[in-house]
Design a protein around this ligand. Structure first.
Ligand code: NAD
Length: 478
């Protein structure tokens, strides 16, 4: 990944203590839609990681000493900066990550960055009196944890960074972020702009691959790790946290099931089901990744999804009218291809797609795969791409059992007109969220997190804010 710095392209620098820092080493970033080099990124050294953590540690005291009202005001200013620069940052997301400007794409991602900053900025964690009698009064106060080490993936790079940064800052922590090596430039630009209104050292960013991420999370002065990424890396983070006892919020992979109840109107749900499975080309932790349909409705649901898929233009996300972009990187493109090839080799029916589109960029078509079951790789593994296996079931019990037959437990959905029956089914699924008649419908006030190997801890809302605090009991004798 690392190359010697080239001089004929812009090099984006990382930021420590409010200053942009250059480096001897850099790596190139390419547009996944065109293969073009779009810039290079200065790579942080181990010493830079240490400097960033120390800068955050130093800044944390005065940041925590500010009143809640002051921090809320500054965060609202940050939201304004994100809003004002949304078109600029959205272009970076599209050029670097691939999702289109239009549709549920990069402008939508920027709106989420604004909202997920405003909401924690407006929340409070008042002192709770947890016990009181004639002899004593016990109060639970919420204190900042200190320095948060934040590690992000490449699928929703700016939004997920904001999920980690905004509540952490609201609660009085300071942050060192290490963005994905696949989508660094947009994040660097966002952090640079956020720093125009934040005090120096409160929000720092270092760059590089997983080895730099590992140095950050192992640092003895990191008190909390906010991680979003694969379950494999999540396990390494659990191991590393033994050293510094950092508190963990782990948002890891998902393999969300969606169950369509018998007798559901296929045409009515097809549009929402499509985006539930294919937002960001399926490169979303909580996308529907396995669809279970009753045998009587099986062909109708497949046809309805096929019809919706046919309406969705794919291409370079900078072009007008495009709503689906490329897969973000070669590694993910190869995973998707190999899972579909395996399904084909095992007799599955390809309803649509199934072969790379060829040409420049990592374009793979929307692919619907029928006549497939649990026990095949495409169903059992997280595809994280534009492919949906559709599995036929005979009884609801069978659908629930197959939905739960996974190590993942991030999200799930149940689709049907009888909301009581949908809720009855939903309660039997082991996952952090079950949506009814929608999928992936996250909200900044609603806690979000995984069950099983999808991680632990929650983000968003009051519970997400509590997760970046240390509870302290003040116990008073009367
Ligand atoms: P990844 O685990 O490969 O990388 C994520 C980040 O971890 C990157 O910044 C990487 O450099 C860093 N990293 C790698 N090794 C590290 C180490 N030893 N120590 C510290 N940091 C290290 O994941 P990815 O491929 O970027 O993202 C895709 C995965 O993320 C999918 O499984 C997806 O489901 C998951 N995801 C989960 C959520 C959620 O909220 N649950 C959201 C988005 C993505």
């Amino acid at each position: 990944m690392l190359t010697i710095k080239k001089t004929n392209m812009a090099t984006y620098k990382f930021m420590i203590d409010g200053k942009l820092i250059d480096s001897e080493k850099s790596f190139e970033v390419r547009n996944p839609a065109t293969g073009e080099v779009i810039g290079s990124v200065a790579v942080s050294s181990p010493a830079d990681v240490e400097n960033a953590v120390q800068s955050a540690k130093k800044a944390q005291r005065s940041w925590a000493a500010k009143s809640d009202e002051e921090r809320k005001k500054i965060l609202m200013d940050v939201a304004q900066v994100l809003n004002d620069n949304a078109p600029y940052l959205a272009e970076w997301i599209t050029k670097e990550q691939g999702k289109p400007l239009a549709g549920p794409g990069s402008l939508f991602e920027m709106q989420a960055c604004v909202g997920w900053t405003q909401v924690p900025a407006s929340l409070d964690l008042p002192v709770e009196v947890v016990f009181e009698d004639d002899t004593r009064r016990d109060e639970l106060h919420r204190k900042p944890l200190g320095v948060v080490g934040a590690i992000t993936p490449w699928n929703w790079p700016l939004m997920i960074a904001i999920w980690q940064i905004s509540p952490s800052l609201r609660a009085g922590n300071t942050v060192v972020l290490k963005p994905s090596e696949y989508t660094t430039i947009g994040t660097l630009e966002m952090i640079r702009l956020m720093n125009t209104v934040l005090p120096a050292g409160v929000l720092n960013v270092v760059t590089g691959d997983g080895s730099i991420g590992a140095l950050l999370i192992e640092n003895k002065d990191v008190n909390k790790i906010m991680f979003t990424g694969s379950t494999k890396t999540g396990r390494k983070i659990i191991d590393a946290s033994k050293g510094n006892m950092a508190r963990l919020t782990l948002e890891c992979g998902g393999n969300d099931p969606a169950i369509v109840l018998p007798g559901t109107d296929a045409a009515k749900i097809a549009g929402d089901l499509f985006w539930g499975a294919f937002i960001n080309m399926g490169q979303t932790c909580a996308c529907a990744k396995r669809l279970y349909v009753h045998e009587n409705d099986y062909e109708a649901v497949i046809s309805a999804l096929d019809a919706v898929s046919a309406q969705m233009p794919m291409g370079n996300g900078m072009d007008d009218g495009i709503v689906l972009g490329p897969i973000q990187n070669k590694m993910q493109f190869d995973i998707v291809k190999s899972l579909v090839d395996d399904a084909k080799a095992n007799g599955a029916r390809i309803v649509r797609g199934g072969e790379p589109l060829g040409g420049e960029g990592y374009f793979y078509p929307i692919t619907l795969v029928a006549d497939i079951d649990n026990g095949t790789r495409l169903v059992d593994e997280e595809q994280f791409g534009p492919v949906l296996p559709i599995i036929k079931y005979k009884t609801i019990e069978e659908a629930i059992e197959k939905a739960n037959d996974s190590d993942s437990g991030l999200g799930a959905s149940v689709w049907g007109t009888d909301l009581n029956e949908a809720a009855r089914v939903a309660k039997q699924i082991v996952s952090g969220t079950v949506w009814i008649n929608q999928h992936g419908a996250i909200h900044p006030m609603v806690p979000f997190g995984g069950a099983k190997d999808s991680g632990y801890g929650v983000e968003f809302g009051v519970d997400g804010l509590k997760a970046v605090t240390q509870p302290q009991i003040i116990s008073i004798k009367k």
